[in-house]
Design a binder for this molecule. Structure first.
Ligand code: GLC
Length: 419
């Protein structure tokens, strides 16, 4: 793990040094079209205000980004003024971030999803403005399902069976790169998101409940993980154990997978001109287990201003611009980034560009939160313990039942030091 983080830190350090001439530095965009869209928004603000901003790009992996930010912030460095922060980080980083209610006024969040505003409010301080929300969805090849006579799956068992059958038939027909299902299987935050969906949709809870009680050691959770462990090497490439969002998208978008779990951003790229699957893709809610209901992990990113910024007011103004309705609409249409402003889900241009923002609205509004609120500043460790345990099961090193029992004791040890 450590060896992966060091190069990222060195890399960002170099980028920050180059950036010192500008008045503000923002770190944004890594996955998919995020960076391009952020550059365009920042350029617009520069034009309107005459100020100069430098953009620092960060590692793709949310886990690596967190480690990088923690280093920068704990050194009280003023190198980065505005940071893109994950929906699970406010509790971890709050002490280093400016109260945006003070900088922007209480009305700044009036039109945004209340749950996200609440998530970003720590001890009464608004530590980040909502930028976009996220929820896991299932992408499938409409053409292949139709050709092979299948309706889209509603359960994980159905997904597994359909994936297996179509993969075999396509390979038989000479399409030897075809896989059934791609997802995020690397040991990082993205696996926490995928595995929470498997567990919750089998009726196995959310790892830690809203009261902070550890709930992971149960048979439904174990069987959800055991089912997922049948995928690598069968309906998913073995390499899935090292896939983040972008590796999964690469396989799906080049036409080599029947199903993919990903976030909404993959839609615009799948629909882009050079995509092999343009107009062949459907997007629906994720499957569920025998005893549960479909669950989508709540994701999303916010913009925060560092306490150590030398230009806090200017930085807050940039944040207000980038999270505004105008920008959220542009990003929704161009990149399928889910707005955090309710009215945009009824906007015709937005719905035309991303039809499932309408059909899957309940998925976005009922997404399941990772237990970052109840575990507070221990969340990073809780998630690490979870994704490592799940990775062990996916790799065939441990049964689901053993993994959840061991995870329960690991989490209990962490909890003894209080969360
Ligand atoms: C997406 C989500 C974010 C999550 C990450 C995991 O970027 O928006 O909340 O932590 O994926 O890979």
């Amino acid at each position: 793990m450590k060896t992966q983080w060091i190069p990222a830190i060195v890399l960002a350090g170099a980028a920050v040094q180059q950036a010192s001439a500008a008045e503000l530095t923002i770190s944004c965009g890594a996955v998919g079209a995020e960076l391009t869209l952020c550059e365009q928004g920042v350029a617009e603000w520069e034009e309107q205000t005459g100020h100069e901003v430098e953009i620092v790009s960060t590692p793709n992996s949310s886990t690596e980004r967190l480690s990088l930010y923690q280093q920068i912030l704990s050194a009280r460095s003023s190198d980065i003024d505005v940071m893109q922060i994950d929906v699970v980080w406010p509790g971890l980083l709050a002490n280093h971030l400016l109260d945006l209610n003070e900088a922007l006024g209480e009305a700044a969040t009036a039109d945004h999803f209340e749950a996200i505003v609440a998530n970003n409010t720590v001890d009464g301080r608004l530590v980040a403005m909502p930028w976009f929300t996220d929820a896991g969805v299932l992408y499938y090849r409409k053409d292949l399902l139709e050709e092979h006579g299948h309706a889209p799956p509603q359960t994980w068992e159905q997904l597994t069976a359909i994936a297996r059958e179509i993969q075999a038939a396509e390979r038989e027909a000479g399409n030897d790169k075809m896989w059934g299902y791609v997802f995020q299987g690397r040991a990082y935050e993205g696996l926490t998101c995928n595995a929470l969906e498997w567990v919750a949709s089998h009726g196995g809870g959310t790892l830690v409940d809203a009261e902070g009680e550890i709930t992971i050691d149960n048979p439904q959770a174990a069987s959800a993980l055991d089912l997922a462990a049948t995928w690598p090497g069968e309906i998913s490439p073995n390499g899935v154990l090292n896939y983040t969002e972008e590796e999964a998208r690469g396989i799906f978008q080049s036409g080599n997978a029947v199903f993919m779990r990903n976030w909404p951003y993959a839609w615009s790229l799948a629909q882009s001109e050079d995509s092999q699957v343009r107009d062949k893709v459907g997007v629906i809610k994720l499957p569920h287990g025998a005893e549960g209901e479909s669950a989508a992990t709540l994701g999303g990113w916010n913009l925060a201003v560092s306490q150590y910024s030398e230009n806090p007011e200017l930085a807050a103004d940039l944040v207000a611009f980038l999270t505004s309705e105008q920008e959220q609409k542009r990003r929704a249409i161009a990149g399928a980034y889910n707005p955090t402003i309710t009215s945009l889900y009824a906007d015709e241009e937005v719905l035309e560009a991303v039809p499932f923002f309408g059909t899957l609205l309940p998925t976005f509004t009922n997404a399941v939160a990772r237990p970052s609120a109840p575990t507070g500043d221990k969340y990073g460790r809780v998630s690490n313990a979870f994704f490592n345990a799940v990775h062990n099961v996916l790799s065939g090193n441990q049964s689901g039942a053993d993994a959840v029992a061991q995870l329960d004791s690991e989490l209990s040890r962490l909890k003894r030091r209080r969360w």
